[in-house]
Design a protein around this ligand. Structure first.
Ligand code: ZN
Ligand code: ZN
Length: 277
């Protein structure tokens, strides 16, 4: 759909998020539903869920997305951490279903002192555990990572393997800064074509469901996850033009809020150019 928005704060209550998003110029938005670094999840009562949906309507948003907390680790050697990760993501899916969120995306985690094959296997088992018996409406997306250290899921091959092993047909959230850090170039039509080939040969283009649109402070293949404002990093505006002309998907910015409104305006301008050209 190429609706454009950003990650917004849920300070005080999730019901405040839609108006905050609108204020920044978002047509769609993303949020956490719980503290991302840890701590209990604030309860979503039926009243809060209803209020949230009314706020979205009042602010002209028909879709929203949930980013899972950061402490999730499906590749941990510690069974308790893996079990808690699965429980938390399942809760996010259930909470998302309560408020009508379309997707929950999450970072797979990091494997330390473990064979890659074993790490892939236990990660897929964790994902399957999340999905087992799930009947809600919110869909789960695996987010491709920048691949720092032993972080899982930094290539489309690996994501394909995890999806296959899990036995569930899950989608992918493509973060432009992450794939760039992982070594996928898309700054020219030719490079975009090669990256699209890599996607087609693995997960398939239809598996990509959502774009995290971020420029990158670090260069191609540096495996560092540092977001930059659109056009001010190593990707540049042309890279976003290539992404937007390739994927007809919603785009969520995860850049600092000092200039996120400018980032939103840039992406809207790129979209207008594409539809006029
Ligand atoms: Zn993320
Ligand atoms: Zn990132």
């Amino acid at each position: 759909m190429r609706r454009i928005g950003c990650h917004v704060s849920i300070a005080e209550s999730i019901t405040k998020a839609p108006a905050r998003a609108k204020e920044l110029g978002c047509e769609v938005f993303q949020m956490f539903t719980r503290p991302p670094q840890g701590g209990p999840a604030p309860k979503i009562t039926p009243e809060i869920a209803e209020q949230f949906k009314l706020e979205m309507k009042a602010n002209n948003q028909s879709e929203c997305y949930i980013h899972a907390p950061y402490y999730i680790n499906f590749a941990s050697a510690n069974k308790v951490i893996r079990a808690t990760s699965a429980k938390n993501i399942r809760e996010e899916l259930e909470r998302g279903s309560q408020i009508g969120a379309k997707y929950v995306m999450f970072h797979l985690g990091s494997a330390k002192d473990m064979e890659r094959a074993e790490a892939l296997k236990i990660t897929a088992e964790g994902v399957a555990r999340v999905m087992d018996g799930y009947k809600g409406s919110t869909e789960l997306l695996l987010e491709i990572s920048a691949g720092a250290g032993n972080i899982m899921g930094d290539t489309f091959e690996e994501l394909k393997e995890i999806i296959k092993l899990s036995g569930y047909n899950l989608g992918i959230c493509l973060d432009t800064a992450h794939i760039f850090a992982s070594g996928y170039d898309f700054r020219t039509a030719e490079e975009m074509g090669k990256t699209l080939d890599a996607i087609s040969k693995t997960v398939g283009q239809e598996a990509i469901k959502l774009i995290h649109a971020n420029d990158s402070k670090n260069d191609l293949g540096e495996h560092k996850d540092r977001h930059e404002h659109i056009g001010e990093g190593k990707i540049g505006q042309e890279g976003l033009v290539q992404i937007m002309s390739t994927f007809n998907l919603d785009l969520i910015l995860e850049t600092e809020h000092d200039k996120v409104e400018q980032d939103i305006r840039i992406l809207k301008a790129i979209r207008d150019d594409l539809s006029n050209g």
